[in-house]
Design a protein around this ligand. Structure first.
Ligand code: AMP
Length: 841
């Protein structure tokens, strides 16, 4: 009995990932001490909870003995009603103590069974002999031991699942018999055939790729083929492949003269522009690896990245000099040093860069309070881009619209994939990428056939009224793709692809094409030369359908974290399935294999979150808040409000007798964290709710209540039409009761995304002309109203044409810029001005 119950506990443990297992067991209930008990008529059966700790380090036999001792000990409660036991437990009323039941029909065991003890027969009988529990295992020792599984709800467990489950139980039982000295964590649950499928068949991704080539060399090869074709466009500028290459070469030679060579780290902090692309390629050609620095980051973060990486050169532009912190790097200002750069050699440099050199380092949020640098090799990037050329695919006829900030690794797909393929790259400006309406205009005007963005950016485009573009290949990734969004994209685009992958394994590691037939929004399968294994806590493969941690191996793996050997060892573990020193990256993502070999993502193991595509370790924000001397403790959570809008909420316990205001704390955080990491609500508490074992109970933290009564200033009513429009929008977007014209958008719970929503609404519904940047600069209605300009008729007409359903724009519209001369424009503007003066739309 204890042997079978142990096996069942092990099976439940492997399936659930839990170590504390409770199931029910049926006892006969006939008192053995009573001589006549055998012949008494009546139902004596009783059900008891059996609780077994499965600690994988333990050896099998001592563990089974413990179970046996436990069963003897609980024997004294054999006649105790289950209700009474439930009353003694901490499990709340109404919740079952257990969901599975084991019935061991304890007859005398046949001698033949003892000799042939692994001859087990499996039978799954869904819907047969119902009990009150989801799953019932009945064990009938007869000629053979018969294991039979019964289910209550056949919609939850189909026949295949049950057969698989019994098959795993059989494997465990056989391995327990064959290897009695094993640690219980090492007992095998999978059959050889399953192992083969999971390890080999579904990870058979080996394909040749240009292993010996770096990305800039692939670009150079493309330049030879399509010298005069347009390679890249930004606003009104365009460069052919030949021109782009020449500009890159000159900068590369210049960087080389400053000491850039393989594995030298070069920071790059520039606005989105042609120079951004030229700079990135030039750093690679010179042999260096680039570290993107987003100009919107606070000085302190930029300073940390520059110091941590010890970048020896920093490529920037004059207009950004004032936002840069003091640093050790040699400064190259591409506009200031233009003349020097223009004197450099035009030819491809012949520097000895190899695929084993670093291509870039991207900093991502770090749970201990500081961002960490992920080091990516040229070989990983070459493999990745080569794989993307095949699936989702790109050809020389394509135009890719690049919208992602280059501090996010996925930008490397957008910037490099087209130019190693002969396609056309269009770079959208920073203003365009955060303004749905401008983005929509750009998507139409650029003739894009491929665009990659996070779900949040696609939502932005939909919110701006995007009606569709049937030739567009939509790549959506960085965060789970919601079903509703997938459907909306499918209605509007040529094809939709769900892209999955962490920075640590080079941009994307799995890809799925989503179609109207897709029942589950999966992340598909591993890309070329990549392996995905789903493992339990003890690095064993979990069965198909069972949740485990998604671990990635193969050509995309990063070299590790810069200067963080400890963290590198923790996250990049030796590959338990290979003997060649290769590694697996533990992503922290929960996932399962579906029966067709695709993978479904199911959330996170830890406190890393994704908010509008940004990767955030809640621990990093907590650490930064706790650095404020007036804060005693802080915890940060992600919460959904009534409108399903997710936001970061910080809960703080202030130091005693301190009078920290929310505005002061926000200011403190803004000096250290990027906008997207600043909580939109800050709640002050006296104590944190705790779980029974003393940890902070995140589920029990109160929902934030944001009302203007928290603000110190008086309510001042709007004074004119624009102020009225803006206050109305703020009330809607921030979901607050009232807004006064001097109230601060961010103190009322606004964040960088709500800022985009508010500005999109103002521009679309009220025909104002505002940018998100302006809201960051003018944070009250009164201030913002001073810079709000009503739209021209031209722009309104443009919007109407952009949002017309699925019309590919071939002819320029009557009012498009191309058709208007300067005089026309001035006439229009004069008309509109007059109109707006008269308060007419
Ligand atoms: P990053 O390093 O910023 O690319 O973030 C990687 C993490 O984002 C992954 O580990 C996942 O948690 C999440 N992620 C990325 N793409 C997807 C996707 N398509 N579906 C679900 N989660 C995703």
């Amino acid at each position: 009995n204890s042997f079978l119950q142990g096996a069942w506990a092990l099976l439940m443990s492997r399936y659930s990932g839990q170590e504390d297992i409770v199931f029910g067991a049926v006892t006969s209930g006939r008192p053995t001490t009573l001589a006549r008990a055998e012949s008494m008529v009546g139902l004596f059966i009783n059900t008891m909870p059996i609780r077994i700790q499965v600690s994988p380090e333990e050896s099998l036999l001592p563990w089974l003995h413990k179970i046996q001792e436990f069963l003897v000990e609980v024997g004294q409660y054999e006649y105790c009603p289950l209700m009474k036991i439930q009353g003694w437990s901490e499990i709340a009323k109404g919740f079952p103590l257990f969901e599975s039941l084991v019935i061991f029909e304890n007859y005398a065991v046949d001698e033949s069974l003892k000799q042939n003890n692994t001859n087990l027969e499996i039978e799954s009988s869904p819907g047969f002999e119902k009990t009150n529990y989801s799953i019932t295992l009945t064990v009938v020792p007869d000629q053979k031991i018969l294991l039979r599984i019964l289910v209550n709800d056949t919609s939850r467990f189909d026949h295949n699942t049950l057969s698989q489950m019994l098959g795993h139980l059989k494997n465990l039982l056989e391995d327990m018999v064959a290897n009695q000295q094993q640690r219980i964590g090492d007992l095998a649950i999978l059959t050889e055939a399953e192992q083969q499928k999971l390890l080999v068949e579904w990870n058979d991704t080996a394909v040749p790729y240009p292993q010996e080539k770096c990305i800039h060399q692939l670009f150079e090869a493309q330049v030879e083929k399509t010298t005069d074709a347009v390679a890249v466009a930004f606003e009104n500028e365009e460069l052919s492949y030949g021109e782009l290459n020449t500009r890159v070469n000159q900068l590369a030679h210049y960087l080389r003269s400053l000491g850039v060579k393989p594995d030298v780290l070069v920071g790059i902090c520039v606005e989105r522009s042609l120079t951004m692309l030229i700079g990135l390629l030039a750093i690679l050609k010179a042999g260096g690896s680039y570290i993107p620095l987003d100009p919107s980051y606070p000085k302190e973060r930029l300073s940390y990245i520059l110091k941590d990486s010890n970048a020896s050169v920093l490529l920037t532009q004059t207009s950004l000099l004032e936002i840069l912190p003091d640093n050790q790097a040699k400064l190259v200002c591409w506009d200031r040093d233009e003349e020097l750069i223009a004197q450099q050699n035009l030819e491809n440099p012949d520097f000895s860069v190899t695929p084993d050199n670093l291509a870039y380092i991207i900093y991502t949020s770090g749970s201990t309070g500081k961002p960490k640098g992920v080091q990516i090799l040229h070989s990983a990037l070459s493999n990745f881009l080569h794989s993307m050329q095949e699936t989702p695919g790109i050809t020389a006829e394509d135009t890719l619209l690049a919208v992602t900030t280059y501090s996010f690794d996925i930008a490397a797909l957008e910037l490099f994939l087209p130019i190693i393929t002969g396609a056309r790259l269009v770079i959208a400006s920073r203003e365009t990428t955060v303004d749905g309406e401008q983005l929509l205009g750009k998507l139409q005007e650029s003739g894009a056939t491929i665009m990659q963005a996070t779900p949040a950016s696609w939502q932005l485009l939909l919110a701006a009224g995007w009606a569709g573009k049937n030739k567009l290949k939509v790549l959506c990734g960085g965060e789970a793709l919601p079903r509703k969004l997938a459907n909306q994209l499918l209605e509007r685009a040529g094809s939709v692809w769900n892209m999955y992958g962490p920075t640590e394994t080079t941009i994307w590691s799995a890809v799925a094409q989503i179609t109207n037939e897709s029942k589950i929004i999966s992340i598909g399968r591993a890309i070329a030369n990549t392996q995905i294994h789903i493992l339990d806590k003890y690095n064993q493969l979990v069965p198909i359908g069972v949740t485990g941690e998604l671990c990635i191996g193969g050509a995309g793996l990063a070299k590790g974290y810069l200067n963080r050997p400890d963290l590198t060892t923790e996250k990049f573990i030796p590959n338990p399935f290979n003997t060649d020193n290769s590694k697996l990256y533990k992503t922290g993502d929960l996932a399962r294999y579906l029966p067709n070999g695709e993978i479904e993502c199911l959330g996170r193991i830890d406190h890393q979150v994704k908010l509008r595509g940004f990767r955030i370790e809640l621990g990093e924000i907590e650490t930064v808040i706790s650095q404020n001397p007036e804060v005693a403790k802080a915890v940060v959570a992600i919460r959904e409000d009534a409108k399903k809008y997710k936001r970061l909420v910080a809960y703080i316990i202030p130091q005693k007798e301190q009078s920290l205001t929310i505005a002061e704390l926000r200011e403190f955080l803004a000096s250290k964290l990027p906008n997207y990491m600043i909580p939109s609500a800050i709640v002050t508490l006296e104590v944190f709710p705790l779980t029974p074992n003393g940890k902070i109970d995140r589920k029990d933290l109160p929902a934030p209540e944001i009302t203007r009564s928290q603000l110190s200033q008086e309510l001042v009513e709007p004074r004119n039409d624009i102020e009225r429009k803006l206050t109305k929008i703020w009330v809607e977007v921030l979901d607050v009761d009232l807004v006064g014209i001097n109230d601060n958008f961010f103190e009322l719970g606004g964040d960088s995304i709500l800022a985009i929503v508010a500005i999109t609404k103002a521009n679309q519904e009220d025909n104002l002309q505002l940018t998100v940047k302006q809201l960051f600069q003018h944070q009250t209605v009164a201030e913002l109203a001073t810079v709000a300009v009503p739209k021209t008729i031209n722009q309104i007409e443009q919007k109407i044409s952009d949002t017309s359903p699925k019309i590919e724009k071939e002819q320029p519209s009557r009012f498009s810029k191309a058709n208007l001369d300067q005089q026309d424009l001035e006439r229009f503007l004069a008309k509109v001005k007059k109109g707006s003066n008269n308060q007419q739309k």
